[in-house]
Design a protein around this ligand. Structure first.
Ligand code: A3D
Length: 320
């Protein structure tokens, strides 16, 4: 059986890490695309030279033309600019929207059957625009944010309780931004909800709120430390988990920015919800019951994403 083909649009910090992880996991042959000449070729060669050491067989190549992504099974998009200290994700909107237009056209022409994972920020608005620009079916275009936001929440909780990260599950809903909604009663340690752990005295409600806030600010914390860009190891690992679930038809239940068509009372928008990812892309959107507090937080998050989508429509009227 021929190997799968994975195209990475954008070969910067996240793109390079995606290529490395996809190689180590032997997910398929990997093509790195970027507008910077020589850079994707250089990263591909460097990674290929690591393959004999790590023992993986993946073709690795770099390209500056969209022909190179032809027939890709998975496309992961990180093209654009990341945040610098003091910038919000929303500050990236105008420049990255133009990038999504080019990327969408490239995917439409050369990889119309791919499963497309968008990482470029501001995430929920960019994945919405990318789906429109590419014209691909909405179940095949998805945004990565929830897996990363949940992973941050899980890590902070595991650290707090001094337990394995493997035994902590977490649920984060809503847009990728300051309004994201970490759901404490659906997040657990070995199946015990955080709300019960508060009653059991594992932590106070105030401490839990601090951890929730640190999760919301997780991206800014890294930007503040790195100073030259934003997080890339954990975002790449998160997108690879989504790609793997698609390629291996694992049907993982993962929170992703998915296209809503009536679910959660929303029409034609992308926002973070629990999904099932399998060979048909987003195979299911799981609608969980939200209590009134959670619903209020979710609605606020939706309003903030809608504001960004409206800004996209103003910049590019073809999207309206
Ligand atoms: P960076 O290392 O700058 O890589 C971006 C790459 O995109 C660069 O190599 C550019 O040359 C390339 N590029 C720019 N314009 C184009 C274009 N028109 N076509 C093709 N390539 C282009 O950034 P990064 O890898 O650190 O981050 C990439 C994106 O991911 C940014 O928008 C970040 O804000 C975003 N990001 C999202 C998350 C989420 O959780 C959603 C987390 C971290 C970063």
């Amino acid at each position: 059986m021929a190997r799968n083909k994975i195209a990475l649009i954008g070969s910067g910090q996240i793109g390079g890490t995606l290529a490395h992880l996809a190689g180590l996991k032997e997910l398929g042959d990997i093509v790195l695309f970027d507008i910077a000449e020589g850079m994707p070729q250089g990263k591909a060669l460097d990674l290929a030279e690591s393959s004999p050491v790590d023992g993986f067989d993946s073709g690795l190549s770099g390209t500056n033309t969209y022909e190179g992504i032809e027939g890709a099974d998975v496309v992961i998009v990180t093209a654009g600019v990341p945040r610098k200290p003091g910038m919000s994700r929303d500050d990236l909107l105008e420049i990255n929207l133009k990038v999504m237009e080019q990327v969408g056209a490239g995917i439409k022409k050369y990889a119309p059957d791919a499963f497309v994972i968008c990482i470029t920020n501001p995430l929920d608005a960019m994945v919405w625009a990318l789906q429109k620009f590419s014209g691909l079916p909405a179940n095949k275009v998805v945004g990565m944010a929830g897996v990363l936001d949940s992973a941050r929440f899980r890590y902070f909780l595991a650290e707090e309780f001094n337990v394995s990260v493997e035994d902590v599950t977490a649920f984060v809903l809503g847009g990728h931004g300051d309004t994201m909604v970490p759901l404490t009663r659906y997040s657990t340690v070995a199946g015990v909800p955080l709300t019960d752990l508060v009653k059991m005295g594992w932590l106070t409600a105030e401490r839990l709120e601090e951890i929730v806030q640190r999760t919301r600010d997780g991206g800014a914390e890294i930007v503040g430390l790195l100073k030259t860009g934003s997080a890339f190891y954990a975002p790449a690992a998160s997108a690879i988990q989504m790609a793997e679930s698609y390629l291996k038809d694992k049907k993982r239940v993962l929170p992703c920015a998915a296209h809503l068509d009536g679910q959660y009372g929303q029409k034609d928008m992308y926002v973070g919800v629990p999904t099932v990812i399998g060979a048909n892309g987003i195979e299911r959107i799981i609608e969980i019951d939200l209590n009134s507090d959670e619903k209020a937080m979710f609605d606020k998050s939706v309003a903030s994403v809608n504001g960004l989508v409206d800004a996209c429509k103003k910049i590019q009227p073809a999207l309206a």
